[in-house]
Design a protein around this ligand. Structure first.
Ligand code: SF4
Length: 178
């Protein structure tokens, strides 16, 4: 991991407290990718530790997929002010770190529109594409990618919660050793 914890490659460096590095098993074949750190993540430097993180933890636990057996990261590593969506140039600036996170993985689980659109280079309607398998190219690598709902949507919406649950179940079926 070559993430620069003092990175100033985009404007998000001005208001962040901490750059949020990936967590979990960095050598796992599976990586879950979210949008951006929120307030709790910004303060702690750890991804998915706020309310959305607790929802993700709950679904992982209920489906028997240990959080420490997967890698968890975000599309951008610094908190956007007011939790707004990251802008396209911020996503682009942070892309080198995300690609570093993804290298060598067998499956990318993209949680939410920002993560999906950043990696599929296309607009997505989650209801139409959740839990389908796509393949993306990363240099010479071909990596499977499954879009799914963001845990913050799962907090508000039962369809999103069950969609994310189904994704975790698919991961567990494909990687029973995790
Ligand atoms: S969001 Fe990414 S590119 Fe922008 S300052 Fe943070 S680490 Fe650097």
């Amino acid at each position: 991991m070559f993430l620069d914890l003092d990175c100033e490659l985009c404007r998000l460096c001005h208001e962040r407290t901490k750059v949020v590095a990936p967590s979990g098993d960095l050598a796992s074949p599976v990586v879950f990718v979210g949008e951006a750190p929120g307030e709790k993540e910004d303060l702690s430097g750890k991804p998915f530790v706020g309310r959305a993180g607790r929802m993700l933890d709950r679904l992982l636990e209920e489906e028997g997929l240990p959080r420490d057996s997967i890698m968890i990261t975000n599309t951008v590593k610094c908190r956007p002010p007011g939790n707004r969506r990251p802008k396209a140039d911020e996503v682009l600036a942070c892309r080198l770190y995300l690609e570093d996170d993804l290298r060598g993985k067998q499956l990318i689980v993209c949680m939410g529109r920002t993560a999906c659109e950043g990696l599929l280079n296309n607009q997505v309607v989650m209801r139409d594409c959740a839990n389908q398998t796509f393949t993306i190219a990363l240099g010479r690598e071909r990596i499977d990618l499954v879009p799914t709902y963001h845990p913050s949507a799962a907090l508000r919406n039962l369809e999103a919660r069950e969609g994310l649950r189904r994704t975790i179940r698919l991961v567990k079926e494909r990687f029973p050793e995790l």
